[in-house]
Design a protein around this ligand. Structure first.
Ligand SMILES: Cc1ncc(COP(=O)(O)O)c(C=O)c1O
Length: 395
């Protein structure tokens, strides 16, 4: 007798049931249907891929680079990444054994978490957070432990970490993401150093998602691997720094012994990234054109950020200074209370501006909005006028 639909559904991986539904995409889909809506929801650059990167991909296609690439990526790209990590962050990685090219940082998250999680393992996740970390930890049978950072300006302090470890002494890993999606907040050199010192005494594996490292506006990005390279897997890639989200090029860098397992899992999932996209990433990470493209985009983001920040603060939103990425995480003015889903829904329906409710990003996000400035200045100006009218008219 054929299995009924109900029986087949009962065969699905039980961990799916632990996933909260993808709030961001569903919300974005729903509000996108509103006529005339201006969207400040997107988590990807609005720029085109720079010409030199496009040309490198075209040249690769014309050279018939159409076969399986080495699992951890082409030698040229691993060398380009090693150069980039050394030049930009003072970090030394062996291209042969300590770097793997992934299909976006997204695959890097899955491969690195798969390498460390056994069912029941606890993974510390600072929140508000990029939701994928929780989802992947859950699907692998791990248990996410949320660390709410909203009371410390979205920075994990050594004191908070020590307190969390006292009640979760067997936690296997910790995920750090800075500059942060959704808050735009990043760690200073001293903050990273202090946190690294607290982690050094533990057996935690650090998964450091530094995908926004090239978008730091004042000062320089400091990688946590500068202090604790032996226990850190860095995730990064070309998606945000070079507006190459659709090319799907990320990478993981870490100590050779950990990278062996991570690279094996990566190869089981995808074999390798695609050759033309890797050729484009070589141009991104290892040429003057690539560097200039990032600097030009960064200057535009910075101008937008400053405008948006000033305008929102004038309207009564409280905002911890976002020094990186392309998000502002704004606390609702007191008269709106802390129902961010209601505010964002009403703003979309009645004010024709779409932003993402902060509670979609986990503990500490309630009462906030994530506002992306990865859109044109014209859109941002229109949105700001509309938000100002909406806030003023509400009583
Ligand atoms: C913090 C963070 N990590 C990873 C990703 C995914 O990057 P990729 O497009 O390279 O997979 C994103 C994308 O929004 C992100 O915000």
């Amino acid at each position: 007798m054929p299995a009924t639909k109900k029986e087949l559904l009962s065969r699905l991986n039980k961990n799916f049931a632990r996933l909260s539904p993808g709030g961001i995409r569903a919300f974005d889909y729903q509000v996108s249907a509103i006529p005339g809506i201006v969207k400040l929801t997107l988590g990807e650059p609005d720029f085109n891929v720079p010409d030199a990167m496009k040309q490198a991909a075209i040249d690769s296609i014309n050279a018939n680079d159409s076969h399986y690439a080495p699992g951890t990526g082409t030698v040229a790209l691993r060398k380009a990444i090693a150069h980039f990590m050394s030049d930009r962050y003072g970090l030394t990685y062996d291209p042969d054994s300590e770097i793997a090219v992934t299909v976006g940082a997204t695959e890097g998250i899955y491969a690195s978490l798969s390498a460390i999680i056994n069912p029941g393992d606890e993974i510390l996740i600072t929140t508000p957070t990029f939701p994928l970390y929780m989802a992947v930890t859950n699907i692998l049978g791990g248990n996410p432990v949320e660390i709410d950072t909203s009371k410390t300006d979205f920075i994990l302090t050594p004191e908070t970490l020590k307190a969390v470890l006292a009640s979760h002494p067997n936690a296997k890993g910790i995920i750090l993401n800075y500059p942060s999606n959704p808050t735009g907040v990043t760690y200073t050199h001293d903050q990273v150093q202090a946190l690294a010192a607290a982690i050094k005494d533990t057996n935690l594996v650090v998964i450091a998602d530094e995908i926004y490292s090239e978008l730091v506006y004042e000062g320089q990005h400091t990688s946590i691997a500068e202090f604790i390279p032996e226990q850190t897997l860095i995730l990064n890639g070309a998606s945000k720094s070079h507006a190459m989200t659709g090319y799907r090029i990320g990478f993981i860098a870490g100590p050779a012994d950990l990278m062996k397992s991570v690279s094996a899992i990566h190869a089981m999932m995808v074999t390798a990234a695609s050759d033309p996209a890797m050729a484009a990433a070589v141009a991104a990470f290892n040429t003057e054109d690539g560097r200039q493209a990032t600097l030009e985009m960064k200057a535009a983001y910075r101008e937008r950020r400053d405008f948006l920040l000033g305008a929102l603060r004038k309207m009564g939103f409280e905002i911890t200074s976002p020094n990186g990425a392309f998000y502002v995480f704004a606390k609702l003015p007191a008269k709106f209370g802390d129902d961010d889903v209601k505010f964002a829904t009403d703003l979309a329906n009645n004010g024709q501006v779409a932003v993402i409710p902060g509670s979609f990003f986990g503990a500490g996000g309630k009462g906030y909005l994530r506002i992306s400035y990865a859109t044109s200045m014209d859109n941002i100006k229109t949105a700001v006028n509309r938000i100002a009218n909406f806030v003023e008219e509400a009583d």
